[in-house]
Write a protein that binds this ligand. Sequence first.
Ligand code: GPP
Ligand code: MG
Length: 286
Amino acid sequence: MTIQEISPASVLASAYQRSVADYWNREKNPVNLRLGEVDGIYHHHYGVGDVDWSVLEGPEETRDERITAELHRLECAQAEVLLNHLGTVTPDDRLMDSGSGRGGGSLVANRRFGCHVDGVSISETQVAFANEQAEKHGVSDKVRFHLKNMLDTGFESGRFRAIWNNESTMYVDLSQLFPEYARMLRHGGRYVTITGCYNDTYGLPSRAVSEINAHYICDIHPRSSYFKEMAANRLVPAAVVDLTEATIPYWELRAQSPLATGIEKAFLTAYKDGSFQYLLIAADRV
Ligand code: GPP
Ligand code: MG
C-alpha cells in the first residue's frame, strides 16, 4: 500500500474535495443503508424501469419493506444497464469503479465478469465499508477499494479494460478527469458514465438543478461538456442513452417512501420541466 492510499490529506487536493469527503464520511441515509441490507449490495445511484405499483397495496405492516425492496430492484436494474455497456470483459481484465461509494457496483461487475475491479473513493468511511463488503462476499482477492482521487489515481498507464462513473462526475472538473482516464485506459478500452446533466437547450441550471447541486455539494455539468471533453481526450462516444423517462418512476415511488430524503421533488421537477437529463454515455479510448 502506498502512502497516498493511507493518508487522506494527500488524496484531497482542495478545500472543496475535503468538504465532499466530509459529506460522504458522515453519510448514513437510510435510503442507502436499508436498500443495501436487502441483499448485501449497497448502491449510491438511482433506479430505472417501471415500478410495480402493487407494492403500495397489501398488508400495512410490510408496506415499507415492499417499497424498499422495489426501490432496490430499480437501483440494481440501473447497475445492470451500465454493465451492459462495458463491452467484452474477461476474468483477467481490470476495471475501475470511479467514485465507488459503498462498493455495490464493483461487486456486481465482478459477479458478472469474474474480473478484477479497483474501486476509488475520497471517503475513508466508504472505502473501509466497501472493503468489508468485498470480504463478506468472498471476493477481496479480485475486488479492492482504494482511498484515491479519481483525478490523480497513481494507477499505471494502460491498466484498465474499462472505467465507469455511476453518478460521480458531478464532483469533478471533466477537463481534469478525462485526461486521467485516457491515460489509464488501454487502446480500445471502454468508458461508461451514467450521470445527471443539465440540458443545454434549457439554458443554464434551473432552480431545481441548483437545489440538487446544493443538496449534494456537487456541480452538475451541461450535457455538452461531456462530449466536448471526451473529444478533447481521445474518448469517442459509442452509445448515448437518454434514461430520463426511465428514471422518473423511481423518483415517483421514492417520493412516497418513508425513506425519502427531501430531494425527490427537485428531481421530479427538473426532469419534467426539461432542465435536467439522466444520461448514459459509453465511449471508446482511441
Ligand atoms: C446518489 O447517491 C448520487 C449522488 C449523490 C450524486 C448526484 C447525482 C446526480 C444524478 C445529480 P446516493 O444514493 O448516496 O444519494 P441518496 O442518498 O439521495 O440516495
Ligand atoms: Mg441512494
